[in-house]
Design a protein around this ligand. Structure first.
Ligand code: MG
Length: 250
């Protein structure tokens, strides 16, 4: 199934997407699906980030090639960090950094949204805890990240996590093509089969330490090819079978 979160009459409403129509729900699609009887054409909807995140759990260096390009060694276990909820941005939201940021980078990533409270999940049980998969741009103020010596400020500025457009369980995360384009030019290209820690083991690793709530987001790291964005740029993250996340830098 494919889900979106849309704005309707000033309220955030979840919906199931069938073909080009959104059938709206009375509540988030975590425990059960409850339709409110209304629908609207997908193309006429204002899309919101398809999550209810209390936190976004991120993995640094989950693609070998990206770990090498960062030049700080290849980790032997997932390196987790958080993006705060203020980073959540709409699928077509503008990306903007404060004037003091010298280098603003894209990081195209596959993300997933949690559907039920997850603690000490066994890797083989992973699928039952995941509502579906989406695209996410882990926008990073690289100079701040490096200069601060830890990542909170550089990773958690307002709007630094655009995600969407849909969340879908109709893909297998084991091997999906992922591509980032800057002004139409391919700058990152990889496959999720290159993950050093795959989705089932990643969920087990995270939930051994922290409880994930329904609507929380996990983002799985970025392939090689990170680089800067500038005002006026259009950045697209496309994951096979999910769609295109397209944002303009302001
Ligand atoms: Mg990242």
């Amino acid at each position: 199934m494919k889900f979106v979160k849309i704005e309707r009459d000033g309220q955030a409403v979840w919906g199931e997407v069938r073909e080009d129509t959104v059938f709206t729900l009375t509540q988030p699609p975590f425990e059960r699906l409850s339709y409110d009887g209304a629908s609207c054409p997908l193309g006429e909807c204002t899309l919101l980030a398809p999550c209810e995140a209390t936190k976004i759990v991120c993995v640094g260096k989950n693609y070998y090639d990206h770990a090498v390009e960062m030049g700080e060694g290849v980790p032997d276990k997932p390196i987790l960090f958080l993006k705060a909820p203020n980073t959540i941005n709409c699928p077509d939201g503008a990306v903007h950094a404060p004037d003091f940021v010298q280098r603003l980078d894209y990081e195209g990533e596959l993300a997933f949204v949690i559907r039920r409270r997850a603690k000490d999940v066994k890797a083989e049980d992973y699928a039952g805890y995941i509502l579906g998969y989406t695209c996410l741009n882990d926008v990073t103020a690289r100079d701040i990240q490096k200069g601060d010596g830890q990542w909170s400020r550089g990773k958690s500025m307002d709007g630094f996590a655009p995600m969407g457009p849909v969340v879908t369980d109709e893909v297998d995360p084991a091997d999906l093509a992922i591509e980032t384009r800057l002004n139409g030019k391919v700058v990152q290209s990889g496959r999720t089969s290159q993950f050093m820690t795959k989705v089932p083991e990643l969920l087990a690793f995270i939930t051994a330490s922290m409880t994930l709530e329904p609507g929380d987001v996990v983002t799985t790291g970025t392939p090689a090819g990170i680089g800067p964005m500038h005002p006026g740029d259009t950045v697209e993250v496309e994951v096979e079978g999910i769609g295109v996340l397209r944002n303009v830098v302001k």
